[in-house]
Design a protein around this ligand. Structure first.
Ligand code: NAP
Ligand code: GLV
Length: 309
């Protein structure tokens, strides 16, 4: 019985060690080395090379080493009947909330202006610093989004969240579904995206969305690059409808050197670092899920493949 590690970007070594400790009787291979394909029972994946999970006749589950499963589900050769399991929490919400809070503070406290002023030794104060005048809106109120929303609310910002079901989150004003979207945007000064990328959410950060926000707002994208319509963001920034953006995720990663985001004065780019998966924080969940599957029990974090998250 073999565990296959399959990623185009992440190192296999921490997972090889974790699997050797937990399952000394199972073999471990890192793609493109698959050993005997018939022996592969579990695949640990992060952005697997397309087609790498095809023709594995005894594959029992695909265990995604992240919260988002869009890159896994987009593989045209993904086996149709094999369960896909994602990380749930696994150390991700804390770092995501830190990133989001930093972004809100950066914009609210006018840090870009002060960095710029320092370059020319300008001593000038900007007014309007009260957190209560900076309504934050969080798109996606799942395991991560709800945590992010509550962490920011705890700092005194009025926080609202938007999700499909509208399930309640203490301390957060909740909006739901298509009818709740415009009222949610209309009260939001800093828009934080923590949605999964699905057929329904692709391109949701577009000019219509930006126009529904009060003029001079900000956008922070820590969901996926596919949520953003890049040209619409640049147009909204250039027209002044938006005053700034902080972006961690991009349709193409690494962000190509010639992409206009790199040089736009109102855009901050980070290289998908809001919450990297750490084996130290997530291996217990992955190991536990393999044990559950071996016992015939449902794993934690089973993905609804039709819904896309
Ligand atoms: P999750 O628990 O599955 O939560 C997803 C949330 O999005 C739920 O609240 C869901 O609504 C909502 N949603 C989904 N489709 C929607 C739609 N069409 N309209 C409105 N709301 C919708 O996911 P999670 O663990 O919080 O992770 C969220 C995402 O964060 C991941 O998919 C990934 O893309 C991103 N992420 C990024 C990084 C990074 O480093 N930048 C790290 C980790 C994760 P319901 O509650 O009604 O189902
Ligand atoms: C990272 O982007 C994740 O989805 O866990």
């Amino acid at each position: 019985m073999t565990i296959l590690f399959c990623s185009d970007s992440e190192p296999a070594e921490p997972w090889r060690l974790a699997c050797a400790r937990a399952f000394p009787d199972m073999a471990f291979c890192a793609w493109p080395d698959t050993g005997s394909r018939d022996a592969i029972r579990y695949a640990l994946v992060w952005r697997q090379p397309p087609g790498s999970l095809a023709r594995l006749p005894n594959l029992k589950a695909i265990l995604v080493l992240g919260a988002g499963v869009d890159s896994v589900l987009s593989d045209p050769e993904l086996p149709a009947d094999v369960p896909v399991v994602r990380l749930v929490d696994a150390g991700l919400p804390g770092p995501m909330a830190e990133y989001a809070l930093y972004a809100v503070l950066h914009f609210q406290r006018r840090m870009a202006d002060y960095f710029e002023q320092q370059r020319t030794a300008v001593w000038r104060r900007h007014d309007e610093l009260l957190a209560r005048r900076w309504p934050v809106g969080v798109m996606g109120l799942g395991v991560i989004g709800a945590f992010v929303a509550q962490r920011i609310a705890a700092q005194g910002y009025p926080v609202a969240g938007w999700s499909r079901s509208g399930k309640s989150v203490e301390g957060v004003e909740v909006f739901a579904g298509a009818t709740g979207f415009d009222p949610f945007l209309a009260r939001t000064r800093v828009l934080l995206n923590v949605l999964p990328l699905t057929l329904d959410t692709r391109g949701i950060l577009n000019s219509r969305t930006f126009t529904a926000m009060p003029r001079g707002g900000y956008v922070v994208n820590i969901g996926r690059g596919g949520h953003m319509v890049d040209a619409d963001l640049i147009a909204a920034l250039d027209s002044g409808q938006l005053a700034g953006a902080m972006l961690d995720v991009f349709e193409q990663e690494p962000l190509p050197a010639m992409h206009p985001f790199w040089r736009h004065p109102k855009v901050i780019v980070t290289p998908h670092v809001a919450a990297p998966t750490l084996a130290s924080e997530s291996e217990a969940q992955v190991i536990d899920n393999i044990r559950r599957l071996e016992r015939g029990e449902p794993p934690l974090g089973l993905v609804d493949r039709d819904r896309g998250y």
